[in-house]
Design a protein around this ligand. Structure first.
Ligand code: PLP
Length: 427
């Protein structure tokens, strides 16, 4: 399989190059030249086996192909259970990894894949990551103590929860966390600029782990494939998904699984008050906007980076609008959803998952009776300051998160300024 840029002005590359580069040299995102049909995904498989079967065609012809089963086993060694909430409402729990959010799947896969690509005399690779909270922690955990790698994290100061900040700053060793005086979009712009800076890249070996990274996108398709195949085996029919959405990595992976032929029905993107996608899917021009701070802060994105991939894969805007839909959920509705899920199901939800819960409630109110799964993107204990007062009780963090919280944490200040970042990367 060969990989091309969404912008069409860069040569086609193999998967090893696409994984290491992050961004294509023309500033576009790498996509596979064709989307293969899934073969060999069957009920009864583990998540790792599902990923191996699903992703094998993407690695065909690469020296990494023979390493793929081992990469999947090592990276995807925790479950993604599909649980029934009530009636035809389900929840796909993606928070059982080391940092209690779905980004563990992609970050761990990418780390193992890049490790498999290293040659003994390669220079140390700096993984540069801009984060609105959960990415940085997942990437730090995935690369922590991995020889040959160091991690530089950029996050918007004051815009992540105290526990998220702790999860970014608790690693030490080969991980440095920087709190940037700016928004997430500022952080992302700085990281993108560094990754296309040829002069800089001659002096330091840079790697990307943002949601633009193909090595994060591909493995995320595996849990949708696994859930949909298991659901079909047990109940027959298609499973529909509501995906809490920010940079569109998770939802694009769901779309990819459906396009590969997995039994997935409708896919609805739940956003917070940052409503660029609902406006677009409602018929307006695509218009990136300044980011607004919300309770679901890992989705505070005004210019969803994977949109470029979705556009590449659909011939026209009309076709794309027919393929997905999107609804915005404001902070009041997030809080009401947290209350409602707890009252009706005894289910604590994180604020991101609450956006999907609210969207499903609206679909049910409009008479939709099909099977749906809302995607639980983080454990509610990560957002205790929001969730606990609503529930009137303490939510215990899962063990890995509790370990991280027990360690000291620190971050260094950084101006939202490219020269300041270059300075950090060179020293
Ligand atoms: C990153 C994140 C999202 C948004 O996922 P995208 O792939 O960026 O759309 C949603 N919820 C949580 C908890 C996240 O960490």
């Amino acid at each position: 399989m060969r990989y091309v840029s969404t912008r069409g002005h860069a040569p086609a590359v193999d998967i090893a190059t696409a994984l290491s580069a992050g961004l294509a040299p023309d500033g576009g995102l790498y996509v596979p030249e064709t989307i293969p049909q899934a073969a060999g995904v069957a009920p009864g498989m583990s998540l790792a086996q599902t990923a191996d079967a699903l992703l094998a065609p993407f690695f065909e012809g690469s020296p990494l192909a023979s390493r793929l089963p081992g990469i999947c086993e090592a990276a995807l060694d925790f479950p993604a259970p599909l649980r029934r909430l009530a009636g035809h409402d389900h929840v796909l729990e993606l928070f059982h990894g080391p940092t209690a959010a779905f980004k563990d799947f992609g970050a761990r896969f990418l780390a193992r894949a890049l490790e498999a690509l290293r040659r003994p005399d390669d220079p140390v690779t700096t993984i540069l990551v801009a984060t609105s909270g959960d990415t940085g922690a997942a990437v730090a955990a995935a690369f922590h103590r991995r020889p040959g790698f160091r991690v530089v994290i950029l996050y918007p100061h004051g815009r992540v929860s105290p526990r998220q900040a702790h999860g970014l700053g608790c690693w030490a060793g080969n991980v440095r966390a920087f709190r940037v005086d700016g928004s997430f979009d500022d952080c992302q712009r700085l990281a993108k600029q560094a990754l296309v800076d040829e002069a800089l890249r001659r002096r330091v070996s840079l790697g990307s782990a943002n949601s633009i990274s193909l090595g994060r996108l591909l493995p995320q398709a595996a849990y949708y494939a696994h859930a949909a195949v298991e659901f079909q085996a047990a109940h027959g029919g298609l499973l529909n998904f509501v995906v809490p959405t920010g940079n569109l990595g998770n939802a694009t992976a769901c779309w990819l699984a459906r396009r590969m032929g997995l039994p997935i029905g409708d896919i609805v993107l739940a956003t917070n008050a940052n409503d660029v996608l609902p406006r677009y899917f409602g018929g307006a021009e695509y218009a990136p906007a300044a980011t607004r701070a919300t309770l679901a802060n890992a989705m505070d994105v005004g210019a969803p980076s994977n949109f470029e991939r979705l556009r590449h894969w659909h011939a026209t805007d009309e076709v794309l609008r027919g393929s997905l839909s999107s609804h915005s959920v404001d902070d009041d509705a997030i809080l009401a959803a947290i209350d409602d899920a707890h009252r009706r199901h005894g289910e604590p939800l994180c604020p991101h998952t609450a956006t999907a819960y609210d969207v499903l409630a609206r679909l049910r109110a409009a008479g939709d009776r099909r099977p749906w799964a809302i995607v639980a993107t983080a454990h509610p204990a990560k957002f205790e300051a929001i969730v606990e007062p609503r529930l009137g009780r303490v939510i215990d963090p899962p063990p890995a998160l509790a370990d991280c919280l027990a360690r000291p944490a620190s971050a260094e200040p950084l101006a939202p300024d490219y020269d300041a970042l270059v300075d950090v990367l060179l020293h």
